[in-house]
Design a binder for this molecule. Structure first.
Ligand SMILES: [Zn+2]
Ligand SMILES: [Zn+2]
Length: 301
């Protein structure tokens, strides 16, 4: 995997690239506007130019966005849901202006209306959003979730159903979060458990639509349905599991970002990335071949 981290855009979106460079990120995730507000400012030409130059110069292969936390496309019809759709449309427009390929989105919470009603709302809402942004290349990567409260997405089937019922599958994909897998009950600590989960989502949406990964350890137990990220190796998933995760050769060119606690000096990111890179020094193929050595030695980056 191309490893990196979620980076703050404080000071401008281009600053996220500078921060990413400081810890040798090969992937950077950003919020394209404040994640706790409905709407943000559209970027000026100058903002876009500054960002594009910084990105190009950095050599970082992957930069993508994560949508704001207020957006809930699975809610029953209400003013908030209508605002969610408008907010998502604006985020797509901002992402398009910056040339980002996709935005990660949580499928939303049904708020008591039930899973199937929530999924129906998500399908309809996303169709509306894609229609309103016709001609725009930015995709939405649905993220698997821990399944707190009435949040959808803890069952991979939820993502599969939204995907298969969408009228705009070319605009959809999936982002997989390791901590969310674990909290939702997918035991990815073993190679077999990881392969099962990947196999299941690949069958549901097609392997080509797995767009990105979030690499987090989990403070909470398997199946807890509680979403708390921890540093790699300091949670209940444990460092060893990340060997078959980040070393999975099927995803050697996929972006994979940390979403773990950090301070401004990025020492935590540096430490987590160093650990992950040491773990995936020996890549692991899709059908476990444990022979180390030659392939690992040839591998770069
Ligand atoms: Zn997320
Ligand atoms: Zn995540």
């Amino acid at each position: 995997m191309k490893l990196g981290s979620h980076m703050s855009t404080s000071g401008g979106l281009f600053m996220a690239i500078q921060r990413g460079k400081r810890v040798d990120c090969e992937a950077v995730q950003v919020f394209v506007k404040s994640n706790m507000q409905w709407f943000g400012k559209m970027p000026t030409e100058e903002d876009v130019l500054r960002f594009s130059e910084e990105w190009k110069q950095s050599g970082i292969p992957h930069v993508f966005g994560h949508t704001g936390y207020l957006i809930n496309v699975a809610a029953p019809d209400s003013e908030k849901r209508a605002t969610s759709l408008k907010s998502l449309i604006q985020e797509i427009e901002i992402a398009a202006a910056y040339g980002l390929p996709f935005l990660v989105l949580h499928p939303g919470a049904h708020l008591g209306s039930g899973e199937s009603a929530g999924i129906e709302q998500a399908v309809r809402g996303l169709d509306e959003v894609f229609t309103a942004t016709t001609g725009c290349k930015v995709r939405i990567a649905l993220e698997n979730t821990a399944g707190q409260g009435s949040c959808l997405g803890h069952k991979l089937e939820h993502l599969g159903e939204i995907f298969s019922r969408s009228k705009h599958q070319d605009r959809l994909g999936v982002c997989l979060d390791t901590a969310h897998f674990f909290a939702a009950g997918y035991d990815i600590r073993t190679r077999a458990g990881w392969d099962d989960a990947i196999g299941a989502i690949s069958d549901l949406v097609g392997p080509g639509n797995l767009l990105a990964f979030h690499i987090n350890d989990s403070k909470t137990d398997l199946g807890s349905r509680v979403d708390r990220h921890s540093h790699i190796g300091e949670g209940k998933i444990g460092a060893d599991a990340f060997r078959h995760v980040v070393g999975d050769t099927r995803f050697k060119d996929h972006p994979a970002c940390l979403e773990t606690p950090k301070s401004e000096d990025l020492v935590d990111d540096a430490r987590n990335l160093m650990l992950l890179r040491s773990l995936c020094a020996a890549p692991v193929g899709p059908k476990a071949s444990t022979s180390p050595g030659s392939r690992a030695a040839k591998r770069k980056g």
